[in-house]
Design a protein around this ligand. Structure first.
Ligand code: PBG
Length: 325
């Protein structure tokens, strides 16, 4: 026998030498929920181990992340008041805007990304403005651009639109450029499927739609070509990074998008993926640490260079221990 694949698997030293997938803490992004109020550290029932923090309580978590080597965070805001047009999303003293000011002051070396969307701020829970019972694309674009601008003015290092309106990357890019923010990158949730894996998030953020669903704007999960179309459209509108979401059940899409565009590709392991691992581990069906390592590696192996995950801190620890990396 000339070919013996087992030859290269004989020691851990050799296995590491020939590894095809390498990853690094600098590519991890931790999604974090910031809630209006004081003294809040409340566990999210459907996401054991994840919390909503008020601004005065978020520093402890940010410190912990920085210590673990996770220096990029994505903020989601949970406002006290919602209205029909989601006006809290673009308020100068909105929850995300205030959190950014505080975070940038206290953690100048960390990198803060914001989710740009309306669903946490609208009383109806949809990601855009309504016309009747329809989510109206074009009037929503203006609102999104304004939200993004207020985030950047408050210190956001990068903005990440997740609403899935057509043309929003261009609208945001123009608004930022007109205001002198040419160098603030946009990470577009370009390929975002209408997924049941977001359920724990909606519970965490109180953002479930009060009627209907998101299928008129988020993508049908039967589709692959459409993913490439969305990704290329957003690159052409000025997106700097393209995201695929969810991650685990869409790794084929991560690979195809990676091959189709020439910008960095991110994948978001969403709340339902997190919740499944936690509950499986609790039932002793799976080994939590090992499954997290395997899931994370699969995302990079599929072609993502950036990974958004609620397990970011744990993964950084596993990299330190040499389990993966
Ligand atoms: C906001 C948004 C959602 C997620 C990220 N941004 C929810 C949704 O589209 O309903 C989901 C994240 C997760 O499930 O972890 N539109």
């Amino acid at each position: 026998m000339l070919e013996r694949p087992r030859r290269l698997r004989q020691s851990s030293h050799l296995r590491k030498m020939v590894r095809e997938t390498r990853m690094d803490k600098s590519s991890l992004i931790y999604p974090m929920f910031i809630k209006e109020g004081i003294g809040i550290v409340e566990e999210i029932p459907s996401m054991e181990g994840q919390y909503r923090y008020s601004i005065d309580k978020m520093s402890y978590k940010l410190e912990e992340l920085a210590k673990a080597g996770v220096n990029s965070v994505m903020f989601f805001g949970i406002p006290n008041d919602k209205d029909h047009i989601g006006s809290g999303a673009a308020a100068q003293n909105g929850i995300v805007q205030e959190a950014l000011r505080e975070a940038k002051k206290r953690f100048p070396d960390m990198y803060f990304i914001t989710d740009v969307c309306m669903c946490e701020y609208t009383s109806h829970g949809h990601c855009g403005l309504l016309k009747g019972t329809e989510v109206d694309n074009d009037s929503t674009l203006k609102a999104l651009a304004q939200i993004a601008l207020t985030h950047v003015q408050a210190g956001a290092d990068m903005v990440a639109p997740s609403d899935m309106m057509d043309g929003r990357v261009r609208a945001i890019r123009s608004r930022l450029d007109e205001n002198g923010y040419q160098n603030v990158p946009i990470m577009s949730y370009a390929v975002k499927y209408a997924s049941s894996f977001y359920a724990p998030f909606r519970d965490a953020a109180g953002s479930a739609p009060s009627f209907g669903d998101r299928k008129s704007y988020q993508m049908d999960y039967h589709n692959r070509n459409e993913a490439i179309k969305e990704a290329i459209l957003d690159v052409n509108e000025g997106a700097d990074i393209i995201m695929v979401k969810p991650a685990m059940t869409y790794l084929d899409i991560v690979r195809e998008v990676r091959d189709a565009v020439n910008v960095p590709v991110a994948a978001y392991s969403v709340s339902g993926e997190y919740a499944m691992v936690k509950s499986g581990a609790k039932l002793n069906c799976i080994d939590e640490e090992k499954v997290i390592c395997e899931m994370a590696t699969s995302v990079y192996r599929a072609g993502a260079g950036i990974y958004l995950t609620y397990f970011a801190e744990q993964i950084a620890g596993f990299m330190d221990k040499g389990y993966i990396g």
